[in-house]
Write a protein that binds this ligand. Structure first.
Ligand SMILES: *Cc1c(COP(=O)(O)O)cnc(C)c1O
Length: 383
């Protein structure tokens, strides 16, 4: 059997045809497929607006910049994430304070967040970056209530969670990224994520003023929009109104994204099915802690993470047998860069314990039943 990765993309003949068609069109970048991808993605997650970018890291950066992140304030970030969720704050010259995670959901612990906020003078923090880790969505209504009491904005890094939802206090389903409560939500289209465009990302928002700034920062801070220009010298005229970047996605990547998006629900269904099979196979095994489940949410299962007593031994045994399990993540506060900024081991006991025991098992729509049974057998044999 070929080695089984922890995640992988699924490219169909339809995807390839969509890209080829765009390559033969008049636009390679900045064409009609980008608008269409933004419109369809916004509809999929129930958001008023969406801005496509060249990757999620760029999306996080312009979201932070659009929200006014800068020197002099601090931002509270979860340590259990990919580096980009915190780096975007550093790009803008602001300081990062890490908040420990909940031991069950692995999301930023709301009680600890309140403790941090209450033990600092008002105005210390400008916002929070939360991550729907593994695909488990935050109850944003709850975090909004905390954020409002302390005058904070919310960036939701939903790179793991397109298609997820939670149930609010009125019993209504709130789709991840609809921005009912978050200021900006960011998605990634890296090949291991749910929707793949090679490199790619999307920022959703419900606020027109943020939409305007996101679009400006995506393209050098330049606008040609006649209604926003200080003057107008003629049809050629444009203005650079702020310092921005080139964070644009190409038209052929957007075409791939549109094609992939049409299969997003089917992929999510398959991920649920795989998760249920793992849950069932490991039920009652006291050495394996399976992911937290709740009827109130739809888990998007970017990752299926188990906790085991001897993670290193299991990791090595699985690798030796062709199962390429992975560790998500080394907590950010333990990275040399963030240690140099004043963080230290022992600071966040829950995420540090999580890190000692976690392992992400293969989870992607094209994982076959036969491959999954093999993974299960190997885990049970070596745990
Ligand atoms: C993948 C990922 C990113 C970065 O995405 P890119 O598109 O590769 O820039 C950021 N945050 C999280 C949680 C991710 O999983």
């Amino acid at each position: 059997m070929k080695p089984i990765p922890y995640g992988r993309q699924h490219i169909t003949d339809e995807d390839i045809a969509a890209v080829v068609e765009t390559l033969k069109s008049d636009f390679l970048t900045q064409g009609p497929k980008i608008d269409e991808f933004e419109r369809k993605f916004a509809e999929y997650v129930g958001a008023p607006y969406a801005v496509a970018v060249n990757n999620a890291t760029s999306g996080l950066h312009i979201a932070a910049k659009a929200l006014g992140v800068g020197p002099g304030t601090k931002v509270i970030v979860t340590p259990l994430t990919f580096a980009a969720s915190a780096n975007c704050i550093r790009y803008c010259g602001s300081d990062v304070t890490f908040c420990d995670i909940n031991p069950d959901t692995y999301l930023m612990d709301a009680a600890k967040l309140e403790q941090i906020l209450e033990s600092h003078p008002a105005g210390t923090f400008s916002g929070i970056v939360i991550v729907d880790f593994a695909g488990y969505p935050h109850n944003l209504e709850q975090y909004r209530e905390i954020a409002d009491r302390h005058g904070l904005w919310i960036i939701e890094d939903a790179c793991h969670a397109p298609g997820a939802w939670y149930t609010d206090s009125k019993g209504e389903r709130q789709l991840t990224g609809n921005c009912r409560y978050a200021d900006c939500t960011i998605f990634s289209f890296h090949p291991v994520k749910h929707i793949a465009t090679g490199e790619g990302g999307m920022v959703t928002t419900a606020k027109p003023e943020l939409l305007e700034r996101l679009r400006l920062y995506r393209t050098h801070g330049i606008t040609k929009d006649a209604s926003k220009l200080e003057k107008n010298d003629g049809g050629w005229y444009y203005e650079m109104q702020d310092l921005g970047f080139n964070y644009r996605i190409t038209d052929f990547q957007a075409a791939l994204g549109i094609s992939q998006l049409s299969r997003a629900e089917a992929g999510l269904e398959r991920r649920q099915e795989i998760a249920r099979r793992y849950d069932e196979a490991f039920k009652g095994n006291d050495k394996i802690k399976t992911p937290y489940r709740s009827e109130d949410v739809r888990h998007a299962f970017h990752l299926y993470v188990i906790k085991v007593p001897d993670r290193k031994a299991l990791y090595d045994a699985l690798r030796a047998n062709g199962v390429m399990a992975q560790v998500h993540y080394v907590p950010l506060h333990l990275m040399p860069y963030y240690r140099q900024l004043g963080n230290a081991p022992g600071q966040l006991p829950v995420v540090e314990d999580y890190y000692e025991h976690c392992l992400s098992l293969p989870m992607y729509p094209t994982l076959t039943d036969e491959e999954q049974e093999y993974v299960i057998k190997q885990v049970l044999q070596h745990v």
